[in-house]
Design a protein around this ligand. Sequence first.
Ligand code: GDP
Length: 327
Amino acid sequence: MTRKVLITGVTGQDGACLAQFLLEKGYEVHGMVRHSSSANLERIEGLRDRIELHQADLLDQLSIITIIQQIRPHEVYNFAAQSFVPTSWSQPLLTGEFTALGVTRMLEAIRLVDPSIRFYQASSSEMFGNVREEPQNEQTSFWPRSPYGVAKVYGHWITVNYRESYNIFACSGILFNHESPLRGKEFVSRKVTDAVARIKLGLQDKLVLGNIDALRDWGYAGDYIEAAWLMLQQDRPDDYVVATGIKHSVRDLVELAFGHAGLDWRDHVESDQSLFRPAEVNTLCGDASKARRVLGWAPRVSFAELIRMMVDADLERVRREKAVSAS
Ligand code: GDP
């Protein structure tokens, strides 16, 4: 029997990446999208004839119950969220509605319609925030540093709680930062690689960043969504850290990206206090040994390969856009 999957946040980086991965595995793929006056389907453009989209909203309980009843998926991946950390300070309540309570609404729909549906919650290394130990593993206590991080802690624990209360096969994947050419341009990796391409091709000269001393454990999104899928294929549900175990500074990222395009970052990058965050997560580094041991998972793409891949993709895209606008 064909396995059916419902992906929330299917128009985002992870949703689009997982949709592609599961189509290749033979799944019938359904995506949940919010009604919007300007649809943002760019990342799933090439998959449109192979995935079925359903309108529902994490803020609307009935809409979620309805589509789960219609689709009756075997697996649900909850990637939908207000996921940009700075926005969580300007819209803390909305962030709580989507990123925290939205998880309960998904779990309630599963509990009511069919508690045998397997559920994946996209938890985040931002939950570790002001880190209590290094590297961080599944036992490390949380100290979130943004309304986003706080909301993700709620999402994590409600997932654990529905597993313990109702025996739902619910897993929380604590994913460290993961990037790809599909990453939104507001995140630092893509902001940098997009700027490198535009500077290289003469469309821009400066790049203004915030705190370039921040340290992150960056991996490749394509590797990480595979870990999410593996979690739902096990005999029992559990929580896993997914990370590379290697940290780099934003400065390292910048140096590598500019260097790959033959540019010196010092000629172009400025740091502006207004882009610093009210409370910063200074350092993150994950210990994914449980994922390695139980899921047999390991990252394949290195940090340097990832950044080069993103710069190359942006160079190609900006070149194409430039040619179109010139013709
Ligand atoms: P996050 O870890 O989920 O917040 O992912 P981001 O890619 O948004 O940010 C990663 C780190 O880069 C954070 O510590 C930011 O403070 C730092 N950073 C420095 N400059 C910038 C910038 O211009 N944009 C963003 N998004 N982050 C920046």
